[in-house]
Design a protein around this ligand. Sequence first.
Ligand SMILES: [Mg+2]
Length: 342
Amino acid sequence: MLISNLGEVELIKRISRQFPYQGEGVRVGIGDDTAVLSPLPDADRLTLVTKDILVEGVHFLTHFLTPYQLGRKALAVNISDIVAMGGIPRHLVTAVGFPPDTELKTVEEIYQGMGELCRICFINLIGGDTVNSPRGIIISVTLLGEVEEKNLILRSGAEAGDLIGVTGNLGSSAAGLDLLMQEVGEGKERDKGHASRFQSLIKSHLEPPLRLKEARKIVQSHLATSMIDLSDGIIKDLGEIARASQVGAKVYLDRVPLGPALEKASSFLGNDPLEYALGGGEDYELLFTLKPVGQEKLKELAHEFQVPLNIIGEITPPEEGIKYLDKEGEERNFSRKGYTHF
Ligand SMILES: [Mg+2]
C-alpha cells in the first residue's frame, strides 16, 4: 500500500504504535496542539536540545540503508550529540517528508528503527509532522535531553597538558561506506565478496554505535575536561575542541585505534587506514580530554566498558597548533579533512 492511499490520520496512528510511552516528564504527548512537558524535578538539571536533518541523496542513499537502518541512524546521530554533552536523551520530535508513492511498509520500517532506539534509551516520541516531499525522503529529528549541571561537558574545557582519549576503533564507518560505494560502482566488474568479508565495517556505517553508557560513566567519574562525538572525523572534531578551548594538540598516530578489519579493508581498497580513521567521519565514538591524573580511573573504565578506550595524544598550548606525529616524531598531513557539509 502507498501512503497516499492511507491518509495522514491513519498514518500517524500507525506510526504512534511504534512508540509506547515509557518515560517520565510528559504531561501531554501526541494529540494536542503541542506536547506539554513537566518541569524538571531538580533545579540543577539542564535541558539539552539538538536537531538534524537528513536528505535522501545528500546524507543517505536508500539503496545502501534499509528503511529500518535509516530511521535508526537518524535518531542515533542525535542521541550521540546529547550523549557528547554528558546528557541523557528524553523526548523526540520528528518531521518527515515522503514522496506520495512511498510504500507504507517503508514508512513503518523507518519508524520501527527509531522506535527500537526509543525503547532501548527510554525516549518518548512527543510530536511530529509528516509532509509530502516532491523528491526523495527527508527526515528531521529534534531530540531533547537532560543533564545534571555537574555532569555537563562542553567542547571548551580542554587545557594544555590534558590527555586526549577516544572510545572504540576509528575509521570503520568511512571504510564501510567506501566498500558500499564499490559494490554499486558502475561499469566495471566488482568484487562482490568483500561485503561479507568486511561486514563489521559496513555495519558500523549503517548502524552507528551508541555510547550512552560510556559517556555517562566518563562524566560521572568527572574525568573529562571536554568532549565531542566523532561525527566528522578526528581532524575536524579535534579541531572543534581546539578552537572552542583555544588550545593546540598532538596526536600520536601509532596510538590511533584502527581495528584489524580496517587494516585489511584498507589494503583491499588501496587506501591508508589512517585516512579513514582521522578524516573519515561518522564513527560516532567519543573524543574527550582528561587530566593525566585521571589515567588510572580511565583504565578501570576501559575494563568495564568492553569497548576500546585509548589515549591518542595530548593537548598543547594554542601556538603549537594541531600536529599528527608518526612513530619517528615526524609530522604528517592527511588529504581527507573530515566531512564538510557544503
Ligand atoms: Mg556532535
